[in-house]
Design a protein around this ligand. Structure first.
Ligand SMILES: Nc1nc2c(ncn2[C@@H]2O[C@H](COP(=O)(O)OP(=O)(O)OP(=O)(O)O)[C@@H](O)[C@H]2O)c(=O)[nH]1
Ligand SMILES: [Mg+2]
Length: 403
């Protein structure tokens, strides 16, 4: 079952195997809710059913949050695909309008009875069940061993009813053995962690277990939660540099959903910034000026980049040396890089092989020719729209190299 996060699906060999139990296991301070929610809505869109258990806020709040992400719970409630189990409202004596309500939210037997009756009533091929959250259940009831017996029963019941259960769990300091025992109950674990330097710098996910895979790639994928949109693999900084007038500003604007440039008289005098949202990836592009008089700021623009796009004008081999020099000035030599050979359809444009030999580039650095979307719309001194398919090729390649 697709998670709706293409990179995660790739690592899981297509998605979550039906009926497998999944633990989204977050470090304190890192979100896990959106991972399960994105999977749920991806499945709903494919026509499956979903059941959402919540014990730490009212279903109304969850629905509001889901709407902010651009997922529309009301639509799927109308088509009788999505149901909630309210294990919260009774705690504060609120009335609930959900189909399934637990009257004594802290009572395991009541939770179990409601779960099993919902499973029975809704059982359906490939139904997704979200348990939000296991840590709240533990916080309310303590780390008593009895929880394991209940969890085992619930997971088994899900499997018997063709349901894929996703449990949300935040690893508070419950004790090493307790956490280990929780983790052992599940077929698949996606860990959501943070790189911390006093404050959280970056979040990433990694797969620690997936019973249906022979081998698990030990990779850590940075992510960001965007509204609307949900989980995106996140690349915080890609530098777009290259000689004067090569087409950097054109590239940043053509690749981004939102972009701004500080330009004067048709040339960049400070920087371009663009936000890319493509195929489950979010990235921020920073474009440099090309004119030599701005070289003093290049090293500031290059700092903390994790990938580089070098834009060259294919008709101007005399500028290729300058392109390489700019890598040194931005202190980005050695980072994953791609050469964009722009203006490839103009007279005198060199082919990628010629550019490679003139620039003396190693084979690992891809060179991708690019052209304007529509030559008739190209105006002197104005950035232009570049061809979408070519831009996508560049982004796909670079994202792969960076991740
Ligand atoms: N014909 C053609 N013109 C292009 C293409 N790409 C960019 N241009 C033109 O080249 C000029 C420079 O484009 P920009 O995107 O501003 O280049 P830049 O690298 O940001 O320039 P600086 O910031 O001044 O260094 C503009 O007039 C664009 O319209 C292309 O593929 N074909
Ligand atoms: Mg520019």
């Amino acid at each position: 079952m697709k998670t709706g996060i293409p990179k995660l699906d790739g690592l899981l060999n297509g998605g979550i195997k039906e009926k497998s139990s999944v633990l989204f296991c977050a470090d304190p301070g890192v979100t896990n809710q959106e991972f399960a929610q994105q999977l749920l809505f991806t499945c709903l869109q494919e026509g499956h059913k979903g059941l959402y258990f919540v014990n730490n806020k009212s279903p109304q709040i969850i629905k509001k949050v889901l709407q902010e992400y651009g997922w529309h719970p009301e639509k799927f409630e109308k088509t009788k695909q999505l149901y909630f189990i309210d294990d919260f409202s009774a705690l504060s004596a609120q009335t609930s309008h959900e189909t399934f309500i637990v009257n004594q939210p802290t009572d395991f037997n009541q939770i179990e009875a409601t779960l099993l009756s919902a499973f029975q009533k809704l059982k359906n091929k490939n139904m997704v069940f979200i348990f939000d959250s296991l840590s709240s259940l533990i916080d309310l009831n303590g780390t008593d061993k009895k929880i394991f017996n209940y969890l085992k029963k619930w997971l088994k019941a899900a499997q018997e009813n063709n349901i894929t259960p996703l449990f949300l769990f935040t690893q508070w300091p419950y004790g090493k053995a307790f956490i280990k025992n929780i983790r052992e109950l599940f077929d698949c674990i996606v860990d959501l962690k943070a790189i911390e330097r006093k404050i959280i710098l970056r979040n990433y996910f990694t797969i620690s277990k997936a019973k249906w895979l022979k081998q698990i790639k030990p990779v850590e994928i940075p992510f960001k939660v965007t509204k609307p949109g949900g989980i995106k693999v996140y690349i915080p900084k890609i530098l777009v540099t290259g000689p004067f007038n090569a087409g950097k500003t054109s590239f940043v604007h053509s690749a981004s959903i939102k972009a701004v440039s500080v330009d004067r008289f048709g040339t960049t005098v400070a920087l371009d910034h663009g936000h890319v949202d493509y195929h489950g990836f979010a990235a921020d592009l920073f474009g440099t000026p090309g004119q030599e008089r701005f070289d003093p700021i290049l090293k500031h623009l290059g700092g903390e980049s994790i990938g580089v796009i070098i834009v060259v004008d294919s008709t101007k081999p005399e500028d290729f040396v300058r392109a390489k020099h700019m890598l040194e000035l931005t202190k980005t030599t050695g980072l994953p890089s791609i050469i964009v050979a722009n203006k490839a359809n103009l007279k005198g444009a060199l082919k990628p092989a010629e550019i490679r030999s003139k620039m003396k580039l190693s084979k690992e650095i891809p060179i991708i020719p690019l052209v304007a979307q529509n030559l008739n719309l190209v105006k002197d001194g104005k950035p232009c729209q570049l061809k979408e398919q070519d831009i996508q090729k560049v982004l796909e390649k670079l994202f792969k190299m960076v991740i």
